[in-house]
Design a protein around this ligand. Structure first.
Ligand code: PHE
Ligand code: FE
Length: 255
């Protein structure tokens, strides 16, 4: 499976590749399990309830999960499917998948040396971080709206701003739950270091989520965030991102 890392040879316009389950080595399945076990303890304390419940329903415990099996369960629950991809894909292709309720999941797994930190998304980040919440109807709808919004942002010179919103919500978002702050962002849920930092450390700021503010906030991809944005519920996230962003993009581009 290592050979598949970043291999785009002969790829079609949708960038989809079949997940060849038999191609993962025993060491890779074992590494996936180790990543899973390490996160499991942290999740109890730091992950939002919706995520924990969905993850429990997925019942992961035998190495790298089968995308087809997961898609069957997911399409029954919310009409989403997951598709395999060889790594990062062009923005328009990514948005098109989301707009059609398909979530692209990288097929290859990191190496043991990358256990703590990986520059690009792998199957652990994509699957473990992003897929469980797609079982939640509101979150699932929001992700599709984001995809449609992405295609629109490409036409309106808004990609840079919408990418920031994605970063501060879908990747590093926090949610208030019974007075406590929990993680729902995939970058946090799949990270052993940043999830506790985001929630329990005194250094970062935690502010109420506001779409326009996130779109005006630049981010660094190679360090923990200085600021995390907190939503009240997925309905709150949905409502904040529902308005037409056309004037937002115009205003941000004029700054
Ligand atoms: N409402 C945004 C627009 O009009 C699209 C969007 C939806 C963005 C959901 C993010 C999340 O462009
Ligand atoms: Fe991600």
């Amino acid at each position: 499976m290592i050979g598949l890392r970043g291999n785009y040879e002969g790829i079609g316009a949708d960038f989809v590749v079949e997940q060849d389950l038999a191609a993962y080595s025993r060491d890779e399945h074992a590494l996936f399990d180790r990543l899973l076990t390490r996160q499991a303890d942290l999740l109890k304390k730091y992950a939002c309830r919706t995520y924990r419940e969905a993850l429990a329903r997925l019942d992961l415990q035998g190495g790298v999960p089968d995308f087809v099996k997961t898609s069957v369960a997911l399409s029954r629950a919310t009409g989403w499917n997951i598709v395999g991809v060889p790594g990062l894909i062009p923005d328009d292709v990514f948005f098109n998948h989301l707009a059609q309720r398909r979530f692209p999941v990288t097929v290859w797994l990191r190496t043991p040396a990358e256990m703590d930190y990986i520059v690009e998304p792998d199957v652990f980040h994509d699957f473990f971080g992003h897929v469980p919440l797609l079982f939640d109807p509101t979150y699932a709808d929001h992700m599709q709206e984001y995809g449609k919004g992405g295609l629109k942002a490409l036409r309106l010179n808004g990609l840079k701003f919408l990418a920031r919103l994605y970063w501060f919500t879908i990747e590093f978002g926090l949610i208030r739950e019974n007075g406590a702050i929990k993680a729902y962002g995939a970058g946090l849920l799949s990270s052993a270091g940043e999830m506790p930092y985001a929630i329990a450390d005194t250094k970062p700021e935690r502010v109420l989520f506001d779409a326009m503010t996130t779109m005006a906030t630049p981010y660094d991809i190679d360090r923990y965030q200085n600021t995390y944005f907190v939503i009240d519920s997925f309905e709150h996230l949905m409502a904040e991102t529902a308005p037409d962003f056309t004037p937002h993009y115009a205003a941000l581009n004029a700054r």
